[in-house]
Design a protein around this ligand. Sequence first.
Ligand SMILES: [Cu+2]
Length: 133
Amino acid sequence: MAFPKILFALPLLAAGAFLPAAGASPPSPPSSIVGMDHEVFTINSINVHRGDTLTFANNSRWLHILGPGRNGLLGEVDGLPMHERALTEINDRYTTGRWDKPGTYYITCSMHPEMTVKVVVNECDCCSHATCG
Ligand SMILES: [Cu+2]
């Protein structure tokens, strides 16, 4: 009898999302990256220059489902270079596309409503993108 493969995957996904894992947490990411511990981003806000990408790193053993929005409520925002994305302990990094529209945006986690990080995209006025301070 055929057994749907999804029946094997669901318990594993549930275990990763709801069971704390044993052992030390993975190391913290560099400061230029938005890290995630259990139920928190490691920073409250981050500035990026127009044209930059932004990397999110799950440095916990918990599942996080990130996307545009605040207080755990995900919603697509026109022009944002980021869409809903699940980060696990193994699939632990996500780099957005380039942030081309200056402004203030919010990224949240639908698994942990207290997780919201502000992303401020600034115009780069200096000589070249690479030398922007
Ligand atoms: Cu989360």
